[in-house]
Design a protein around this ligand. Sequence first.
Ligand code: SF4
Length: 355
Amino acid sequence: MSSMREKTPGDPQPGSGHAAETPVLETGGLTKHFPVHRGRGEVVHAVDGIDIRLMRGKVVALVGESGSGKSTVARLLAQLLPATAGVISLDGVPVRAHGGRKFRRYVRNVQMILQDPFASLNPIHTVRYVLGRSIRIHHPGAKAAERDELLRSLLSRVDLVPPERYLDKFPHELSGGQRQRVAIARALGATPKVLLADEPVSMLDVSIRIGVLNLLQDLKETFQLAILYITHDIASARYFADTTMVMYAGQIIERGSSEQVTQQPAHPYTQLLIASAPDPDELAERDSRPAKGEPPSLISPPTGCRFHPRCPFAMERCATTQPPTFTVHDGQEAACWLYAADAVTEREQAFGARA
Ligand code: SF4
């Protein structure tokens, strides 16, 4: 780990692609605090100062246990929630769009796929209605014959063929995988540049998850989509994503290529997350060197490193001072004091020969 150094402002983010390429969607210091009680000043620190870059034709995985703030990030990026602070830029232009024409224009570019396809499809509407509505909204000038053609091609794109077999089905007449494919087709109806996929396969049978991920992979390549893949399953991030970011208590604590983060995790939390895969919520129970305690309160998050009350390697400064982001390897960085230049002994004690 000879290349460890503290990251400085202006350094490119790992996995962000060519330096000259403008991200399709980018955040700087994205923050969301939810007030707890009006007038008391207490807030839930759901998301704190997050930087994300989504590039054309690339998948970024955002991984963490329940309550880490992943889904709030998706809702902020979809502009379904106003940010407390920070900037969201689409094609390099800062956007705040919480209604009206501006929001519709934004949504045409940035579409969301939700975890539960059954809940996201209205049970009283057929596939024809669901997709037809998306086409009417996003292609207002299309004539009836063009709309019909588009509708069939959307179903073909998500491998629901022949389209006639599915057009007049209601959601309850489809399997979970087919429903999620309809939800993806509806998102594609907008011809978006970005897909925000919030746990898109976690409610599907294990046997059909891979098919839906393969479909998203194909669509990414065909349409050069930028995809944010939100998941609690870090193993699937290795399979599906180019870059993986790990989130803990509202902050990004590690990022790098998916291969690096999943095969040589640097941050103690990521290591525990991998040890407890596929269910990070069992973090405290399954690893032989368990993390202590529960995820922290986000109303009054721990001082210093937010992971310090649970970290098996916590040092004195971890409790008092928030760690900066250190470059661990080329393209991999972690917010952990073990990677400070003066922490060689502690690092060796923690990781032995790996350090
Ligand atoms: Fe553990 Fe300290 Fe690193 Fe936080 S900064 S993960 S407490 S060693």
